[in-house]
Design a protein around this ligand. Structure first.
Ligand SMILES: [Zn+2]
Length: 265
């Protein structure tokens, strides 16, 4: 342990994290400070250089951090830096949240029992393909049909080939929390906004598995009560209906309705 590595997790200062000085002149990283927030049950302010974090680090010794970050799991997206931090002992989760209807987001700590809904899956969007044909051209050619140019008609008449195709968009994860005042907060994360490639789907799968574990832990103790409908299989169901849609077995309307129903919207 030295002053170039976090006293609690051992990560080096060159790893892109912010570092803060502890009371006994060691250093602690910003990720470990995130973890501590799940112990406190409240989030510091969003900005990493925040005085609150600095002051907190300075008023606690390295022993405090070593003791308190134990067993707390976190996952961080290196691209946008957004984290989910889960404290299984305290049953609290820290993530970037916004109030429903408010675009502004910031870190917040919630209890597991405040989680009311989880959605995950892949967005789809529609694109217009084909072209509208050449009705004017057709009219002209049609007028000329009495002449010797009859054979041209077929070649010049272009059919209206407009159609709507459904494309796969980015992956999403939405976690809904019920605040104690009754309002709803949402933690949203998208993967593959600049192209759904293998990286995006791997990153999505990683986060999905991480959050899924929270539900597994949460549902264990209530063995007497009937298991609440697990929100996660919705994505599998939607996938099935998407296949039916692609096969042409159901219409877009039927698919949209089913998807809405499955997501509980
Ligand atoms: Zn650390």
């Amino acid at each position: 342990m030295d002053n170039n590595h976090c006293c609690a997790c051992g990560i080096g200062e060159c790893m892109g994290h912010w570092f803060f000085k502890t009371a006994d002149k060691m250093v602690v990283c910003s990720n470990c400070l995130l973890k501590i927030q799940t112990v406190l049950g409240k989030a510091f302010k969003m900005t990493l250089t925040d005085k609150e974090e600095k002051a907190f680090a300075k008023s606690h010794t390295s022993d405090y951090f070593i003791e308190n970050v134990k067993g707390i799991e976190s996952i961080t997206d290196l691209k946008d830096g957004l984290s989910f931090v889960v404290n299984y002992e305290k049953k609290t989760i820290l993530c970037n949240c916004r109030k429903q209807g408010n675009p502004l987001a910031g870190n917040a700590v919630h209890r597991f029992d405040q989680i009311i809904k989880y959605e995950n899956g892949q967005n789809t969007y529609e694109v217009q393909k084909g072209n509208a044909g050449h009705p004017i051209m057709r009219a002209i050619v049609g007028n000329a049909i009495a002449g010797p140019a009859g054979a041209v008609v077929g070649a010049m008449t272009r059919k209206d080939t407009r159609r709507t195709e459904t494309r796969q968009g980015e992956y999403y994860i939405n976690l809904y929390f019920q605040e104690d005042d009754g309002s709803v907060s949402i933690a949203s994360k998208l993967f593959g906004q600049d192209g759904v490639n293998q990286n995006a789907s791997m990153e999505y799968a990683k986060f999905e598995a991480f959050i899924k574990k929270v539900f597994t832990v949460e549902e264990e103790p209530n063995d007497a009560a009937p298991a609440p409908s697990n929100p996660i299989p919705a994505a599998d169901e939607i996938k099935k209906f998407k296949e039916l849609l692609d096969m042409g077995a159901i219409t877009q309307e039927e698919y949209d309705a089913k998807k809405k129903q499955l997501l509980g919207l």
